[in-house]
Design a protein around this ligand. Structure first.
Ligand SMILES: Cc1cc2nc3c(=O)[nH]c(=O)nc-3n(C[C@H](O)[C@H](O)[C@H](O)COP(=O)(O)O)c2cc1C
Length: 400
């Protein structure tokens, strides 16, 4: 994906969090992909990393003082606001997010954002307590409502010694996300239905059968489809993920719920992408009351669930149909068998064995198989793979 940002004007805003040291690498990542990067910092950010570092990396003077007459005489904040094709605030502190939400303009970065009509991305970075605080949660909800692209945060070890959500995404991941925002509208006006996540097959009111699917791949595919201009419906089993911007989500629980929701969307569906890990079997008689552990053995009788993918592929009208295959072995052979037996157009096979398992991972690899070709999409983050997959689907859909 080299040079996908060629000539794009990206304004990198840096606020005063400990992750500011990573903004230097982010600046380089964006430039490596061809972007023209200008940097604006909050006064607090200059306490964490020097403007000189960012000036040397971006090749442009770095501004941080709203009242710097000399800087305003050059490319002032209104000119910067007009120049930017995209603004990325990374890291975005809890404080900077609050100011952005309230439209405050008392520092150069927030004043520039307020004056700009460019798409805004923020990469939150803060201690997990700050991230979980209702004040921050409310602010983030407002950003979502305003179609601001909230990138991350990631979960993991934090500089303060705690562990949890609030880490800034890595510079490479942020650069990848920015690339996706400039992606071509290859599915403009096309209706795409995506299924994602696991299903839940009740045994009794508190227990059930499910699987290890996190929904991340399906959500990434829905997001990529929407960014490619599609009218995207996401039919999701139980996950803890946030619905991507621009996507309409329908929540379901069991395989039968999912089958019903899918059928209801098939009339005008152009492309169907089945990413969900649908349970093959469900208990024959789920109990109304919690089962007591009175006996040593408990037999569960299971019955086959409807095959959503096969029924879409054999239905009328029939969309361009894409299936996912998750296999622990013989990936290509089993995937090819599935392509033929279910009569689908394209299959994306991913390995789910060992340490490279796609389940609940942030990255994945895909083997795309159709009647005419086999294409390997090498290991990458799920949003990047989803973007590549959507491009491949659009190519094949367009030449049907
Ligand atoms: C050592 C140190 C690290 C900090 N790290 C963060 C951080 O990661 N995220 C955050 O939201 N605030 C962090 N803060 C607090 C911010 O620096 C503070 O809220 C500041 O007012 C942010 O200003 P700005 O948003 O204008 O850049 C940190 C403060 C200190 C002293």
């Amino acid at each position: 994906m080299a040079n996908t940002l060629t000539g794009k004007h990206i304004l990198l805003g840096i606020s005063g969090g400990i992750a500011a040291y990573k903004s230097a690498v982010l600046c380089r990542e964006l430039i490596k992909r061809g972007a023209d990067v200008r940097v604006v910092m909050t006064p607090s950010a200059t306490r964490f990393i020097t403007p000189l570092t960012l000036q040397a990396l971006s090749g442009h003077p770095v501004q941080h003082d709203l009242f710097d007459a000399e800087a305003e005489h050059g490319m002032g904040h209104i000119d910067l606001a007009r120049w930017a094709e995209l603004i990325l605030v990374a890291p975005a502190t809890a404080q900077a997010i609050t100011r952005l939400v309230h439209g405050q303009a008392d520092d150069l970065l927030c004043a520039t954002v307020l004056a700009s009509s460019a798409p805004l991305c923020v990469a939150p970075a803060m201690n997990r307590g700050m991230w979980d605080n209702p004040a921050t949660r409310d602010n983030i909800a407002v950003l979502h409502e305003r179609q601001v692209h909230v990138l991350g945060p990631a979960e993991g070890d934090q500089a303060c010694g705690e562990h949890g959500p609030g880490r800034m995404l890595e510079p490479e991941q942020l650069a990848e996300q920015v690339e996706l925002l400039f992606a071509d509208a290859v599915l403009q006006g096309v209706k795409v239905v995506v299924t994602a996540g696991p299903t839940w097959e009740a045994i009794d009111p508190v227990r059930g059968l499910s699987n290890r699917s996190s929904g991340k791949m399906g959500y990434a595919v829905a997001q990529a489809a929407s960014r490619a201009g599609a009218d995207c419906i996401l039919i999701s089993g139980p996950t803890r993920l946030t619905c991507p911007q621009g996507v309409t989500r329908i929540n379901v629980s069991s395989a039968r719920d999912m089958a019903e929701a899918v059928q209801a969307e098939m009339n005008d569906c152009d492309i169907f992408i089945a990413v969900a890990a649908v349970a093959d079997y469900r208990p024959v008689t789920p109990q109304d009351e919690k089962i007591k552990k009175d006996s040593e053995y408990l037999n569960l009788e299971l019955v086959r669930n409807p095959d959503i993918l096969a029924s879409v592929a054999s239905g009328e009208p029939r969309p361009y149909t894409v299936g996912f295959a998750a296999e622990t072995r013989n990936l290509e052979t089993y995937a090819r068998q599935k392509l033929v037996s279910k009569q689908i157009d394209l299959i994306a096979a991913n390995p789910v064995a060992g340490e490279n398992s796609a389940f609940d991972s942030d990255d994945n690899e895909l083997l795309l198989i159709d009647k005419a070709s086999t294409l390997q999409l090498p290991r990458a983050s799920k949003p990047v793979l989803a973007h590549q997959l959507i491009k491949e689907i659009a190519k094949r859909y367009g030449s049907r």
